[in-house]
Ligand binder design. Structure first.
Ligand SMILES: [Zn+2]
Length: 128
């Protein structure tokens, strides 16, 4: 009997532990994605405002477009309010709060989109 003393932690164990750490970090990044949301408002394709939703104070932004629209920033969300367009579909889109969400008021040429560090490419748009 001359069995080699068995190490408590083998190289294989270390590889498994490191892999689990890396995967959990990756999943945490993909699914939690708690910060870095930025709302970008454009009028006729030109950026007019960029708002960090994680730190933004509540406010109402009035855009001097035709028809005029207002945008409310509230509790880390953003949405159209008080739109003067015919269908009000932009208002019915409701609050945007996650990266990749988009709302547009086509008559006014206003688009709100939310970008996030997670880089979601899901586009969920309603126009009107
Ligand atoms: Zn509209």
């Amino acid at each position: 009997m001359n069995a080699k003393p068995r190490k408590l932690i083998t190289t294989t164990d270390i590889v498994i532990i490191v892999t689990i750490f890396l995967l959990s970090g990756l999943f945490g990044f993909l699914f939690m994605n708690p910060s870095g949301k930025t709302a970008v408002i454009t009028v006729d394709g030109a950026e007019v405002r960029r708002i960090d939703l994680d730190t933004a104070a509540d406010e109402v932004i009035t855009l001097d477009t035709d028809p005029q629209v207002k945008i409310r920033v509230e509790d880390g969300t953003i949405r159209f309010i008080d739109a003067k367009c015919p269908t009000n579909a932009c208002q019915h889109r409701g609050k945007l709060l996650a990266g990749g969400e988009v709302a547009a008021c086509v008559p006014a040429g206003v688009v709100i989109s939310i970008t996030s560090d997670g880089g979601s490419s899901d586009i969920d748009a309603v126009v009107g």
